[in-house]
Design a protein around this ligand. Structure first.
Ligand code: PMP
Length: 445
């Protein structure tokens, strides 16, 4: 007999907004026939992982906070699709949580990767590709005069803070409440193992709230080093909020008045919202920006970009990592950025995103369900009215999964360039089933 995956029926966790959330973990009550839950390889891998990996799996890619139908392990990805270890194929609306921007196994990117692999990846120093890539990014990103590379988004956001403090010789960094900037002690949404002193020089304000922002600036006194903002407000499990342009301009003005730095955390949005930086269309330049995720179509790379006057500070701080100079992810990034420009990838994603939005909004209305579909079309998120315990959203996600659509119930989704009309229609076929399941089990609202 196959071993059964054991799930608690309910979990209490803290989401990125710091609120307690209760997620149903075994929602068999909506009798959705799952494509994944009964299958054996994932179950077996999960059982083995439970013995050798703390908590069975960790980080936000751990599916333990989702329903038991979700597969933990994947075998393959191709274009807009992923396949789990049991051979179930899904339209991938998570795009590996953002990195996969052109599509899984993009042939142009992979060719560049293989060519670099043939020459070497982890050498005693960077390959020539570092300079090619840095030049390309300086050309493409409107407020970038120089680039540093790392591996993860957290490397980049943390480096921005370090550079800002080195430049200003001040301590305080302001961030918006609940917004995710990474997994380091200064920003981890889960306080376990961190110290109050790790956040002692952090200040908080409500996104898009000028008065609250000014209050936080005043509280920093003369010690404000930087303000870090994401291009829009994306907090797990909450409706997303686009930036108020007046707010962005206000922050820019206050930073200029106070000789503090404006840092844009473009880790999640970079190369999806705008080719030259997410706030380029707003005309609000950043002093420093943090990049990762989509920069290399899934290969591990992060970057910090900055303006000329910060070049000295950036060269004095100590930033390094054993794998930061690896050439293969840089080759992937160079191919990704060029390809996005050549095919006008952002337009492709916007087209897919608006088709998905229109389809989902129409389906919700047809089923008599009140939903909020928020955020930019390329990074949307769905909530149901009155769904405080996420029961409707969990039902929706599990039913979508069963119908071959992989999406997350509490995290925003991502579009990729591989999502043509047929792919979106296939996704909509799954979401139609999912809305029907919600309607059936919770009624209209
Ligand atoms: N900033 C933002 C806005 C993010 O979305 C993330 C990752 N979700 C990070 C920083 C941290 O990136 P990483 O997980 O690569 O360290």
């Amino acid at each position: 007999m196959r071993p059964k995956r054991v799930f608690p029926t309910r979990v209490e966790a803290v989401d990125h907004g710091g609120r307690a959330k209760a997620a149903h973990l075994n929602p068999k009550e909506w009798d959705v026939t799952s494509v994944a839950a009964a299958n054996g390889i994932d179950v077996e891998l999960s059982r083995r992982a439970a013995k050798v990996v703390p908590g069975g799996m960790y980080g936000h890619q751990a599916v333990r906070n989702m329903s038991s139908a979700y597969p933990q392990f994947f075998a393959a990805g191709e274009g807009a699709f992923i396949t789990d270890v049991d051979g179930n194929e899904y339209v991938d609306l998570m795009c590996s949580w953002g990195p996969v921007v052109l599509g899984h196994r993009d042939p142009v990117v992979n060719q560049a990767v293989h060519a670099q692999m043939e020459r070497g990846d982890c050498l005693d120093g960077p390959g020539p590709v570092l300079v090619d890539l840095a030049e390309t990014l300086v050309e493409v990103i409107s407020d970038a005069d120089w680039i540093l590379f790392g591996k993860n988004g957290t490397d980049a956001t943390t480096a921005c803070m370090t550079i800002a403090r080195a430049h200003t010789s001040r301590s305080v960094v302001l961030v918006a409440r609940g917004v995710y900037h990474g997994a380091a002690p200064w920003c981890s949404p889960i306080p376990a193992g961190t110290l109050p002193s790790d956040r002692a020089a952090m200040g908080y304000f409500d996104y898009n709230d000028q008065a609250d922002f000014d209050r936080a600036v005043d509280a920093a006194g003369g010690d404000l080093a930087a303000v870090m903002l994401t291009p829009f407000r994306h907090v797990e499990g909450q409706d997303q909020e686009l930036v108020d342009v007046d707010f962005a301009r206000h922050v820019r003005t206050r930073c200029d008045e106070l000789d503090a730095l404006l840092v844009v955390d473009d880790v999640r949005c970079g190369f999806r919202l705008a080719y030259g930086g997410s706030w380029e269309p707003l005309g609000v330049p950043a002093d420093l920006s943090a990049w990762s995720k989509a920069i290399a179509n899934g290969y591990p790379l992060a970057a910090v970009t900055g303006r000329e006057f910060l070049r000295d500070a950036a060269s004095t701080v100590f930033l390094t990592g054993s794998f930061w100079m690896n050439a293969t992810p840089m080759a992937a990034a160079l191919a990704t950025i060029r390809r996005l420009g050549e095919i006008d990838g952002l337009s492709l994603m916007r087209r897919a995103g608006s088709r998905l939005r229109e389809g989902i909004q129409a389906q919700a209305a047809d089923h008599g369900l009140t939903v909020a579909y928020t955020g930019p079309d390329v990074m949307p998120y769905l909530t149901f009215a009155g769904d405080d315990d996420y029961a409707r959203m969990t039902c929706f996600a599990e039913a979508a999964l069963a119908a071959g659509v992989y999406l997350h119930p509490r995290h925003n989704w991502f579009m990729s360039c591989a999502m043509d009309d047929d792919v979106v229609d296939r996704a909509l076929h799954g979401t139609e089933t999912a809305f029907a399941a919600v309607r059936k089990h919770f009624g209209g609202s």
